[in-house]
Design a protein around this ligand. Structure first.
Ligand code: BTN
Length: 234
């Protein structure tokens, strides 16, 4: 893959959208984003040199890109000596003190006939680098005792693992994703929209198409698809 390294940009996702000449296999890394974006309209804090802020152009028909990116991100973090789990559908988390803390988020967007995969990994943050409201729910490679790695090195490792994960067949992808998915077997709250109070359930199984089957206390079961609802770990 070809890697373009920018010093500062509003969002690497926006940069690719504004540059239609960037074609499949091109990745854009920024040392800092001034308006990093997360899923569901959230912002993604992107302080200078503390994280990997990377977007990759992929063919629009790439199947299962979110699970692929989660598996590739997990492998990349393992190479930085951080063992993390996948919180369905697309967050990478580490369990500490009975709670899950996030250190990688994934955002896939279709735009102008291209699939733009955005990945943010928190690398060098100390607790005080996170806003107070995120301190108990976020972590970083440094905080988890991983090895010292620059955002650029992490991007190169991630792109290497992305190539390998894109080449997996569906069974191998499913097996690796499900082996590390921390959501299955746990109490969750099913939320359709962010303002939703959430309906308690247990995540009982992961379908072959990466949807989660949940069971409610009244015995009702439902299959929840990615993009349709979020599962907050209870
Ligand atoms: C999430 O956790 O909701 C997804 C976060 C995705 C963040 C990455 S950082 C690189 C790319 N540029 C963005 O503005 N967002 C993604």
């Amino acid at each position: 893959m070809r890697l373009i390294h920018l010093d500062e940009v509003d969002s690497t996702q926006n940069y690719i959208k504004l540059h239609p000449e960037l074609t499949d296999g091109t990745a854009v890394l920024a040392s800092r984003q001034t308006a990093g974006r997360g899923r569901l309209g959230r912002s993604f804090a992107s302080p200078k040199n503390l994280g990997m802020y990377l977007s990759v152009v992929l063919p629009p028909n790439t199947q299962n890109i979110t699970p692929i990116a989660a598996v590739a991100g997990r492998r990349a973090l393992a190479r930085a000596q951080v063992d993390c789990g996948i919180k369905w559908v697309n967050d990478l988390v580490v369990e500490r003190g009975g709670a899950f803390r996030k250190l990688c988020g994934i955002l896939a967007e279709l735009s102008g006939g291209r699939l733009i995969l955005g990945v943010g990994i928190d690398i060098g943050q100390r607790e005080s680098d996170f806003p107070p409201e995120l301190r108990s729910i976020c972590t970083s490679v440094a905080l988890e005792g991983g090895r010292t790695v620059t955002p650029r090195e992490m991007a190169e490792i991630f792109l290497d693992e992305l190539d390998r994960t894109l080449a997996l067949d569906e069974d191998a992808l499913y097996d690796e994703y499900s082996a590390h998915c921390v959501t299955i077997g746990r109490a969750v709250e099913v939320k359709r929209v962010p303002s939703d109070p959430g309906r308690p359930a247990v995540a009982v199984a992961l379908d072959r198409d990466f949807a989660v089957e949940v069971a409610y206390p009244d015995g009702e079961r439902e299959v929840v698809f990615s993009g349709e609802a979020s599962l907050r770990l209870g």
